[in-house]
Design a protein around this ligand. Structure first.
Ligand SMILES: Cc1cc2nc3c(=O)[nH]c(=O)nc-3n(C[C@H](O)[C@H](O)[C@H](O)COP(=O)(O)O)c2cc1C
Length: 358
C-alpha cells in the first residue's frame, strides 16, 4: 500500500485501510459492518435506533461474521447509556462512536476501561470542546453529509478542525466522500482517513430494501434538502413529497398538515395516539419546538424505519448525503473499499508524476 495511506488511524482502529463505515441508524447492522471489516475498513454498528437487547444481538451476530475489530455508534443522551457503555467494555469493543459530543464523565469511564472515543462533530466549536475533554479521534462531518448535519461544507470545516486538533489525535473526514480522489484530498487537508455513510448504504451488503435503494440511486445531487421540519434538528434527507409538504407549510397550515400526516402514517408506526403524544411532548420539552414539528418529530424515527427497513416509500423520510447524486451503482462493501484504495493509489502516483495522463 502507498505509504500515504498508512495513517495513525490504522493503529487506533485496528483496520487495514483508513476508511470508516459510519453508524447509520436502521442501516448499519451486522451484515454491512462485518462485510466492511472483512474488506479491511472499519465498520460501526448503529445502535441509536436499537434497543439495548437488539444491540446485544447485533454485537454477537457481527462477531460471528468477522474477527476484525468494529465500533458501536450511540447517542450520549440515551436513557440507558451507562448500560450500553458497560456492554461495550464487556464485549471488548475497541471504539465508541457518538452521534453528538459525549459528556466528560462518559469519556472518562470509557478510557478507564480501555475503549477509544470517537465523537462525530459538525462545527469547529464542537471540535474545541471535545479536544478539551480528551477524545481519541474526531469524525468531522461537513454540511453535505447525510442525516443530522451542520451548515459548513467539508471543504471548509475539515481544514478548520484539522487546525484546531493540531495533530494531537486523528481526524476522520466525512460528508461527501465516495472515491479514492476524495480520500487523497482528505489526507491532503490533514485528515487521517475518510468516513462514509451514504456510499455504504448504497451497497449490496446494506439491508435497505431494493426499492428504497432505487429511490436513492434516482436522486440527483440537488435532490436533497436540509430541514428542521422532520425532527427539529437540521437533517439532510431526500426531498420527497412529504418533506416538501412539511417544508412548505405556513405557521397556520403546519399543524393541520402535520396531524394529517401523523394520521396517515400511524399505520406504519403501530403507536397509539397516546404514545405518539407522549413522544411528542418529551421532544417539545427537550427541544423547544413548534407544535407542527413536534407532531412530525414524534413519528420521524418510526417513519424513517418504515421507509429504510420496511420499504414503505410513502412514509418518505430518507436521510442521505448530497453525495447520493454522484452514486449510480450498488457494489458490495468490499468492492467499494478495494476500489477506493486502488483509486487513491492511482491518484497519489499521478500527483507524484509517475503516471501522467491517467
Ligand atoms: C441513513 C442515515 C442514517 C444515519 N444515522 C446516523 C446515526 O444513527 N448516528 C450518527 O452518528 N450518524 C448518522 N448518520 C450520519 C452518518 O453516520 C455519516 O456521518 C454521514 O452519512 C456522512 O456523510 P455522507 O453520507 O456524505 O457519507 C446517518 C446518515 C444516514 C445517511
Amino acid at each position: 500500500m502507498h505509504p500515504a495511506l498508512t495513517t495513525p488511524l490504522l493503529d487506533l482502529l485496528g483496520s487495514k485501510y483508513p476508511i470508516v463505515q459510519t453508524g447509520m441508524g436502521w442501516v448499519a447492522g451486522p451484515k454491512l459492518v462485518s462485510a466492511t471489516c472483512n474488506a479491511g475498513a472499519f465498520g460501526i454498528i448503529a445502535s441509536a435506533t436499537m434497543t439495548y437487547d437488539e444491540l446485544v444481538v447485533a454485537i454477537a451476530e457481527t462477531k460471528k461474521r468477522t474477527t476484525a475489530p468494529f465500533g458501536v455508534n450511540m447517542r450520549a443522551d440515551a436513557d440507558d447509556i451507562m448500560d450500553r457503555l458497560k456492554l461495550l467494555v464487556a464485549e471488548g469493543i475497541p471504539v465508541a462512536s457518538f452521534a453528538q459530543a459525549p459528556k466528560k464523565d462518559l469519556i472518562e469511564y470509557l478510557h478507564d476501561h480501555g475503549v477509544k472515543v470517537m465523537p462525530s462533530i459538525g462545527a469547529k466549536r464542537h471540535a474545541e470542546k471535545v479536544m478539551e475533554w480528551g477524545v481519541d479521534a474526531i469524525l468531522v462531518q461537513g454540511g453535505e453529509g447525510g442525516g443530522h448535519t451542520g451548515s459548513v461544507p467539508t471543504s471548509l470545516l475539515l481544514p478548520e478542525v484539522v487546525d484546531v486538533v493540531g495533530g494531537r489525535v486523528p481526524v476522520v473526514a466525512a460528508g461527501g466522500y465516495f472515491d479514492g480522489r476524495g480520500l487523497v484530498a482528505a489526507l491532503a487537508y490533514g485528515a487521517s482517513g475518510i468516513a462514509m455513510g451514504t456510499r455504504f448504504l448504497l451497497t449490496s451488503d446494506s439491508a435497505v430494501p431494493m426499492e428504497v435503494k432505487k429511490q436513492y440511486l434516482g436522486t440527483a445531487v440537488t435532490g436533497t434538502v436540509v430541514t428542521t421540519k422532520v425532527d427539529g434538528a437540521p437533517h439532510r434527507v431526500i426531498r420527497t413529497k412529504l418533506v416538501d409538504q412539511m417544508d412548505g407549510a405556513s405557521a397556520i397550515t403546519a399543524v393541520p398538515k402535520a396531524i394529517a400526516n401523523a394520521a396517515k402514517f400511524r399505520k406504519y408506526t403501530g403507536l397509539s395516539w397516546i404514545q405518539m403524544a407522549k413522544e411528542g411532548l418529551d421532544m417539545k420539552k427537550r427541544m423547544d419546538m413548534p407544535w407542527a414539528e413536534v407532531i412530525m418529530a414524534g413519528n420521524t424515527p418510526i417513519l424513517t424505519k418504515a421507509t429504510l427497513v420496511d420499504g414503505e416509500l410513502d412514509a418518505g423520510i430518507l436521510p442521505t448525503g448530497q453525495v447520493v447524486g454522484v452514486i449510480d451503482d450498488l457494489p458490495s462493501a468490499a468492492e467499494v473499499v478495494n476500489r477506493i484504495i486502488a483509486e487513491a493509489e492511482t491518484t497519489l502516483d499521478r500527483l507524484a508524476g509517475r503516471n501522467p495522463g491517467s
